[in-house]
Design a protein around this ligand. Structure first.
Ligand code: IPD
Ligand code: CA
Ligand code: CA
Length: 279
């Protein structure tokens, strides 16, 4: 069988160029527009996507591309790119330095190559199917924590659907069962942070293919596990993403099952009682 071409070096070059472009806008502060109620977009998102799609088309003119800011190129190729030109737009718009560029590549519906570049920390996460995961060229592995009670985990709240899923209950329950839950605002970086052992797990409702395509491969290549909330295999169009170091996956699935069945839940603290006892 002919070997698959190596994509990561070129992908990293494209992500680095897009990251530099984002930093230029970041330092100038950019005008924010609204796609939905609280779904922000900036000219930086669009300029980054234009640059990335131009670079992909220069090198691989026949490939399909799906980009968050509207790029849809369908030309019957076996390859498909998922482009998030700026993951963490809300952070970016508020000058909170947690955002990245995320590029995932599929071949015949299989994830084959990925890069996630954080230009604020100059961190380049990369993975090629079967070749392991790397941070700035050094191999990375998930953490070895096996007790949920000792985990630091992460989640996110999809901006345009913030009030339409029950994640706040999950946030509450999982906070009580772990060292804590972070909500940093970039799903692609959350996945990479599990891959590199900084977090032990991550979950989110309603992510899009461009949020997960790269981070999921990087995490799997770093030895992690990704499923739906019921343990079924993760798919690119899954509405549920549960990622972990593998060792605490079953424990997380058990917590999720308990929350869904509303068994053994800790009550949310009552605001009325707090007000009554207020001094
Ligand atoms: C968002 C970020 C955020 C997640 C949202 C995503 P965007 O992507 O990944 O962490 O909670 O669900 O939509 O809009 O900044 O590219
Ligand atoms: Ca995103
Ligand atoms: Ca985005």
């Amino acid at each position: 069988m002919p070997e698959r071409p190596q994509f990561v070096p070129a992908m990293a070059e494209i992500a680095r160029e897009a990251g530099a472009l984002l930093m230029g806008y970041f330092h100038r502060r950019v005008k924010v527009e609204y796609k939905g109620d609280v779904d922000l977009v900036t000219e930086a998102d669009r300029a980054s996507e234009a640059l990335i799609t131009r670079r992909i088309r220069e090198r691989w003119p026949e490939h399909n591309i799906m980009g968050e800011e509207g790029t849809r190129t369908e030309q019957g190729s076996e390859y498909r790119w998922y482009v998030d030109p700026l993951d963490g737009t809300t952070n970016f718009a508020h000058a909170y330095p947690v955002f990245c560029v995320s590029l995932g590549l599929e071949h015949k519906d299989e994830r084959v190559a990925a890069v996630v570049f954080d230009p604020t920390r100059d961190e380049m996460f990369t993975a090629e199917k079967g070749g392991g995961a790397f941070l700035n060229g050094q191999p990375i592995r998930v953490s070895v924590v096996s007790d949920l009670g000792e985990c630091l985990v992460a989640t996110g709240f999809p901006s345009h659907k913030r009030h339409k899923n029950p994640n706040i209950f999950f946030y509450h329950q999982i906070t009580l069962k772990t060292h804590g839950v972070r909500r940093a605002g970039s799903a692609a970086l959350d996945l990479c942070n599990v891959a590199s052992g900084r977090f032990d797990g991550f979950w989110e409702f309603n992510l899009n293919p461009w949020d997960t395509a790269a981070g999921v491969l990087i995490l799997e290549e770093a030895g992690g596990r990704v499923t739906r909330f019921d343990g079924q295999p993760f798919r690119i169009d899954s509405q549920e993403t549960l990622a972990s170091n593998g060792r605490v996956h079953e424990a997380l699935l058990k917590e999720f099952q308990a929350i869904f069945s509303r068994e053994g839940l800790e009550e949310l603290p009552s605001v009325a009682e707090y007000v009554k006892a207020r001094k």
